[in-house]
Design a protein around this ligand. Structure first.
Ligand code: AMP
Length: 194
């Protein structure tokens, strides 16, 4: 399975991606987690992206693409992945499509987690208090939602027209969302295979 997760910040993308990956026995690759590891480790990538991440802005495409290339290739050879947080823009999706085609491994399914703005803000505030994420302050939360609407939301149409898009109502308890996502993905897979 090669799956992309699309969802606004606070939609539960990371949690669901992890559960879905475990269910289907593939790897979970999170661009945000990898970037945060670079920041924590003070690497050159980390230093290049820290300020933008703290502001809630996207980091440059080239950095993300270079960082993801090897893990994604390795996961592809081992049976697939759930990619969480990439692509974030139509430009990234187009660039990734060309790379994947070279590998003979274009993405087949995108999953969109739909969550209301009110619930998103509530969840991110809670996470900011608990996990102490630098980009979960009120001002940055609002900016990240704007960035999602402007840059990432166009991907929903993009994937609806190309690959198979599965929409899941993410405004529900976490276990219900997981169950709905897995059911939606199974159905999508059987349609693609059949
Ligand atoms: P996330 O954990 O997915 O919410 O990502 C946290 C932050 O990492 C984002 O606000 C961006 O600054 C950066 N980031 C993660 N993935 C990408 C990407 N595909 N392109 C650009 N920036 C990204």
């Amino acid at each position: 399975m090669r799956l992309l997760m699309i969802g606004p910040p606070g939609s539960g993308k990371g949690t669901q991606a992890e559960r879905i990956a475990a269910h289907f026995g593939v790897e979970h690759i999170s661009s945000g987690d990898l970037l945060r590891q670079h920041v924590a480790g003070g690497t050159s990538i980390g230093r290049a992206v820290e300020e933008r991440m703290n502001r809630g802005d996207l980091v440059p495409d080239g950095i993300v693409m270079d960082m993801l290339r090897r893990p994604v290739e390795a996961a592809t050879r081992r049976g697939g992945y759930v990619l969480d947080g990439f692509p974030r823009t139509v430009e990234q999706a187009e660039a990734a499509y060309l790379v994947a085609r070279e590998l003979g491994a274009a993405v087949r399914i995108a999953l969109y987690l739909e969550v209301s703005d009110r619930e998103l803000v509530r969840r991110m505030r809670a996470r900011g208090r608990m996990a102490g994420r630098a980009d979960d302050s009120d001002e940055v939360i609002n900016h990240r939602l704007e960035v999602f609407t402007e840059r990432t939301a166009p991907l929903i149409d993009y994937y609806a027209r190309r690959e198979c898009l599965v929409r899941v109502d993410g405004d529900r308890p976490v276990d219900e969302v997981t169950a709905a996502a897995i059911a939606g993905l199974r159905e999508a897979r059987s349609q693609l295979d059949g």
